[in-house]
Design a protein around this ligand. Structure first.
Ligand SMILES: [Zn+2]
Length: 106
């Protein structure tokens, strides 16, 4: 996964994106969805993308804190998910979050 795609996926997660249950039609990768814009974190394609919105959001909370909150949500989701395939998707996202948090804390 390229750094640029990873960065975009993280930005989307930070602004409230959700994990799509449907895998990427191109590579079966994990996708995140925000405002109707789905981004594959593996290949970076966004087939559902309609428009790119750019808005300046106030940075009240630290990005790390937001990521940690997201990580908590994902962890809760994982514990409630019985579908093995979905569990693996959630795990991939958790790995991404953990990886990113550890890098940002350096
Ligand atoms: Zn893909």
């Amino acid at each position: 996964m390229s750094d640029e795609i990873r960065k975009r996926a993280i930005e989307m997660l930070l602004s409230g994106a959700t994990l799509l249950s449907e895998p990427c039609p191109y590579c079966k990768g994990v996708r995140v969805m925000k405002d109707g814009d789905a981004l594959c974190v593996s290949c970076g394609k966004s087939p559902d993308k309609e428009l790119e919105k750019k808005k300046d959001e106030p940075q009240n909370e630290s990005p790390v804190k937001k990521l940690e909150e997201k990580l908590q949500i994902m962890t809760d989701e994982l514990s409630e998910e019985n579908d093995v395939e979905k569990q693996q998707n959630i795990l991939k996202t958790i790995n991404l979050l953990v990886d990113t948090i550890s890098k940002m804390k350096k």
